[in-house]
Ligand binder design. Structure first.
Ligand code: TYD
Length: 141
């Protein structure tokens, strides 16, 4: 997040992925550059999260992500240092695109939920801002 923050929570958005449906269930397929507007370099998932728990209080300097509630439900709090909003995710065919430079918290996990994350870069601890005060300072530079 070099210099003044360039990204706003209003650049984060919900995307509805296509669903291949038949009587035996559904398939959603995600392809780089088609369903996802960045090259996916990493996929990870959060699971075995106790009901009501929260995670993910941090921002990323460069990383873009799609967050999908592939099972169950949770809320994503988005904060750009000025504006905040909460997005409720509870459908496996809905993705929340989070642009770089956004503080996010994943809260209110339902018991047994699974959060799938598609990420634009490999894991890099140096890309994280983990302290909210430091984040606010970055957004005001
Ligand atoms: P973190 O991203 O802080 O998860 P959350 O914000 O949901 O609590 O990651 C938690 C730990 O897992 C941290 O020590 C880094 C490690 N980790 C990896 O090693 N690789 C990864 O791809 C991710 C997402 C985390």
């Amino acid at each position: 997040m070099a210099g003044k923050i360039k990204h706003s929570i209003y650049n984060c958005g919900i995307v509805q992925f296509s669903k291949i449906h038949n009587r035996a269930g559904n398939i959603t397929a995600l392809e780089n550059g088609i369903s996802v507007p960045f090259d996916v370099k990493r996929v990870y998932y959060l699971y075995d999260i106790p009901g009501g728990e929260g995670r993910g209080g941090h921002a990323h300097k460069e990383l873009q992500q799609f967050i999908i509630a592939v099972s169950g439900a949770f809320d994503v709090l988005l904060d750009d240092g000025t504006n905040k909003k909460i997005v409720h995710l509870d459908r496996p065919y809905i993705g929340l695109h989070i642009v770089p430079g956004i503080w996010r918290e994943l809260i209110n996990f339902s018991s047994g939920s699974v959060c799938l994350v598609l990420a634009s870069k490999k894991y890099n601890e140096a890309d994280y801002i983990r302290n909210y005060e430091d984040y606010l300072i970055e957004t005001k530079k």
